[in-house]
Design a protein around this ligand. Structure first.
Ligand code: ATP
Length: 416
């Protein structure tokens, strides 16, 4: 998870001089969420089964049983679809539902030390709002010229009606978001460029492009702030293609509303002296959905000596560990001592793990399962000629490498 975030930050903040990273508040003044339109519009529709009391998001229930996208349809339309399409309760098989109703997904909390009279606050439903609320601070500090972006990685919270599919949908999750501020006239070109950049980043992680596709939102599905949204969907093993990340053209809806609600002028001064309220294109990624996709896409099985071996063919830079080090035998002090010195040698340059449990075969399997690309074994020959066995996760090939050459050897294989 951390490696995904570091990789994203390096690509979209460190390597992009016009994008500034920020770290905003999780709890904010409720007016922020009124200004953003989330208090009024950030709602899903839900329905209960009268027979077994199971609760569902109506659009998902219909989509799962018909394959038709209905997100954004009115309550009336959803109820009609439930009846017309013969939708059943997946839990009990009955067709006995309550009326559909709206449910705001902002996560509510209470601020204040008194038992009564606390103020209702919201945990942020998207990290995006910090980029609009903190916009003026960045402008005052850096005076950026259009186009420029503000980026953030952080927790978001949603009172989801239903959770599930492992970590696909949770109450608490992390987002990696950029608000990219532009002139209105440029929005289509900028949107297309971000489509390329987002896609290429996912491919650079090692994802098979056959498992990804773009899907454009229909008019009825568009969020209240968006003029165009397209999602990259991944072909998940549950329910097929589903949202991984999204790209939205939010116009200047957010800055205009925050200006109005706060009374602060959020416009930029352009070179010709005129004032301009920038428009914005927003690439947004879910961290946990990216992790889930990586685990699914990297999972491999092959056969070794008649047994199934499972391994994660993870991009070496995203693997939790890059190198595992172990002594051939953990009860031979000389081997352990030498292996410890190799471990310490590599520790400063790579993400390294020590494994002294079980036999070497079991250690290889354990490292394969968590995607460690290289294993180093210190054996009796090491004590004689200071070479070690380096074993490759994917090919299982082994080679002897002098201890002195280990750092350049791995550096050439791991793009650090
Ligand atoms: P969905 O339609 O699946 O509910 P969304 O369209 O509401 O998602 P966005 O508001 O576009 O999602 O949020 C941006 C990203 O945050 C999504 O692409 C997704 O990766 C992630 N995300 C949204 N909701 C959740 C959640 N409940 N759990 C995990 N990740 C989420």
């Amino acid at each position: 998870l951390r490696n995904i975030k570091d990789c994203w930050w390096k690509k979209f903040v460190h390597q992009r001089p016009e994008i500034y990273g920020i770290d905003g508040a999780i709890i904010s003044n409720p007016k922020v969420w009124e200004a953003s339109g989330h208090v009024a519009n950030f709602a899903d529709s839900m329905i209960d089964c009268c027979s077994c009391k199971a609760r569902y998001r109506v659009d998902h229930l219909i989509e799962e049983q018909t394959g038709e996208k209905v997100e954004g349809a009115s309550l009336d339309e959803l109820e009609k679809a439930i009846a017309a399409k013969n939708i059943i309760c997946p839990a009990c098989g009955k067709k006995n539902f309550t009326a559909a109703r709206k449910f705001n997904t902002l996560f509510r909390s209470e601020l204040g030390s008194l038992e009564e009279g606390g103020t209702t606050v919201y945990l942020r439903g998207e990290t995006a709002q910090n980029m609009f609320v903190d916009f003026r601070s960045v402008i005052n500090s850096f005076s950026p010229k259009l186009p420029f972006g503000l980026a953030q990685i952080g927790k978001a919270f949603r009172n989801e009606v239903t959770l599930g599919n492992f970590i696909f949908r949770t109450f608490e999750f992390e987002q990696m978001e950029i608000e990219y501020f532009i002139h209105e006239r440029d929005w289509e070109a900028v949107f297309e460029q971000w489509k390329t950049d987002m896609w290429e980043w996912l491919i650079s992680l090692g994802i098979n492009s056959d498992h990804l596709r773009w899907r454009r939102h229909s008019e009825q599905e568009l969020s209240h702030y968006s003029k165009r949204t397209e999602d990259i969907e991944y072909d998940f093993p549950f329910g097929g293609f589903n949202e991984l990340c999204g790209l939205a053209y939010r116009t200047n809806f957010d800055l205009a509303n925050h200006s109005k609600f706060s009374g602060q002028d959020l416009s930029l001064s352009l070179d010709d002296g005129s004032k301009y309220l920038p428009h914005v294109v927003e690439p947004t990624f879910g961290v946990s959905r990216t992790l889930l996709m990586l685990l699914l896409d990297s999972y491999r099985e092959d056969e070794v000596n008649g047994e199934i071996r499972s391994y994660l063919k993870l991009n070496p830079n995203l693997a939790p560990y890059q190198v595992a080090v172990f002594p051939l035998s953990s009860n031979k002090p000389k081997l352990v001592e030498k292996a410890q010195s190799v471990f310490k040698l590599l520790l400063g340059s790579f993400s390294v793990v020590w494994d002294g449990h079980g036999n070497v075969g079991k250690r290889y399997r354990r490292q394969d399962e968590i995607g460690t690309p290289f294993c180093v074994t210190v054996d009796y020959q090491t004590l004689e000629d200071s070479t070690v066995t380096v074993r490759d996760r994917d090919t299982m090939a082994q080679e002897r490498v002098p201890v002195d050459a280990l750092i350049p050897h791995f550096s050439s294989k791991l793009a650090l």
